[in-house]
Design a protein around this ligand. Structure first.
Ligand code: FCB
Length: 458
């Protein structure tokens, strides 16, 4: 099963294999080229927020090593690169002046990809909100949605001609719930009201962003990347099954509902509607414009039990024990079957366009051995297992068009800092040396055998 040639042969000739990164996680140079701080600079510089008080100041130094990193992507044999654009490089204060130097950096990135024959999949928002916008409330303020719309326009006007696809947001679940309810991500808020405001204004920003993108660059396919949760009941009891449905509405329905159905889930409105901001006339129409594609980020399932305690807030669930026998180094259960059932369930419930797996991968922290190799067999196994599920989905007719491995290289893993490694390529943060891991060589073989060799495509 782990033979890359055999696996590659199960994908159609026009399938896309890619690698993914995000600006704050790799770029560094946080104070250069006119960039101003983002909420992640502030959050990571506050003691007690990020492991080891790590921050993004240097990261993978990608800002200074752009050309060599693009060569690395080329060496990985992939046809596409998914990256994100840092809003604080483009409009450093969120609103107001546009920083040409910031646009120049992504200009070089796009030209470098084109010169190497690599397709470009940009994400406009992968969590680095310009810090200045926090003065108005950040994502809890409606004005931030309009600021995002302008940012989207500015980016598309300068870069749209070389983008093969664009996503408005990466994983609003994280920036909304992890950032405003659970306090794990920037801005570190723990408040349901704040979170519900962030939810609606992020959704609105997505809708306004789609309008802006279509206005400026009507030919660039526009999508949204969601970390849909495969919510699984921890038992067969009626209570736990009901809890699972509530969890689905809360974790998935809060984004899939407005975007793909034009409505928030009834259970969410019943339980929390009075704490939501006003949904103004036209908001849901803007949010639910048809998309060209959507992206799934999948790592692990979410197992839930009902939480009957009085203080439990909607969706009133607690975690159920894992079923899979193995977890990755970050503690996430490995369960590839949930990736398949999740996709099937989502296409049942919503009218979804074609899709990409925009992130999938595993955290293992092994370093470079005495022989100069990184032996990360468990990551290779994880990829093989989940790619096999993707091949099944394709053969069953689901419109899955491509797959992006998370990540090209080890990087700043948010609240976990640099201690958690997801790369196909190892990064030595002292020397910035890159070493392709065993899994990276395997993925390269897969991507190179594709579409050549096993497929008749020219
Ligand atoms: C996802 C994020 C990505 C990365 C992976 C491990 O939630 O989109 O930036 O941190 O998890």
């Amino acid at each position: 099963m782990t033979d890359p040639k055999t696996l590659a042969s199960r994908f159609p000739g026009d399938f896309t294999f890619g690698v993914a990164t995000a600006s704050f996680q790799i770029e560094g140079a946080t104070k250069e080229g006119g960039r101003k701080p983002s909420i992640w600079d502030a959050f990571s510089n506050m003691p007690g927020r990020v492991f080891g008080r790590h921050n993004g100041d240097v990261a993978c130094d990608h800002y200074h090593r752009l050309e060599q990193d693009l060569d690395l992507i080329k060496e990985m044999g992939v046809s596409s690169y998914r990256f994100s654009i840092a809003w604080p490089r483009i409009i450093p204060e969120g609103v107001g002046w546009v920083n040409e130097k910031g646009l120049d950096f992504y200009d070089r990135l796009l030209d470098g990809c084109k010169a190497r024959g690599i397709k470009t999949f940009a994400t406009l928002y992968h969590w680095d909100l310009p810090l200045a916008l926090l003065g108005d409330g950040g994502w809890t303020a409606r004005s931030t949605a309009y600021a995002f719309q302008r940012y989207a326009k500015v980016v598309m006007a300068r870069l749209g001609d070389r983008l093969d696809a664009v996503a408005t947001f990466n994983e609003p679940w994280c920036s909304v719930w992890l950032g405003h309810l659970y306090g794990v991500h920037a801005p570190g808020e723990r408040n349901m009201e704040a979170a519900l405001h962030a939810m609606h204004y992020t959704n609105l920003a997505h809708g306004l962003g789609v309008e802006a993108i279509r206005d400026v660059s009507p030919n660039v396919p526009v999508g949204l990347v969601l970390n849909a949760h495969s919510v699984i009941a921890g038992s067969e009891s009626t209570e736990d099954k009901a809890a699972t449905e509530r969890a689905f509405d809360f974790h998935n329905g809060s984004f899939f509902g407005p975007v793909f159905k034009g409505e928030y889930p009834a259970s969410l409105l019943d339980a929390l509607g009075d704490r939501m901001p006003e949904v103004e006339e036209g908001d849901l129409a803007a949010i639910s414009q048809k998309l060209d594609w959507w992206g799934l980020n999948y790592y692990t399932p979410m197992r839930v039990l009902a939480d009957a305690s009085e203080e439990a807030e909607f969706p009133a669930t607690k975690p159920a024990p894992f079923v899979g026998e193995t977890v990755t180094d970050i503690g996430w259960e490995i369960w590839s079957a949930a990736m398949k059932s999740l996709v099937m369930d989502l296409y049942d419930r919503y009218d979804l366009p074609e899709m990409y797996v925009t992130e999938n991968g595993a955290c293992y922290n092994m370093g470079v051995g005495a022989d100069g190799e990184v032996d990360d067999q468990p990551r290779l196994d994880y990829y093989a297992d989940h790619l096999s599920v993707c091949a099944d989905l394709v053969s069953e007719g689901y419109p899955l068009r491509g797959y992006f491995a998370w990540s090209l290289m080890d990087n700043f893993e948010w609240a976990e800092g640099y201690r958690m490694r997801f790369g196909l390529v190892h990064v030595d943060y002292e020397t910035q040396e890159r070493t392709v891991k065993k899994s990276g060589k395997w993925y390269r073989d897969l991507a190179l055998n594709f579409p050549h060799g096993n497929h008749k495509t020219a």
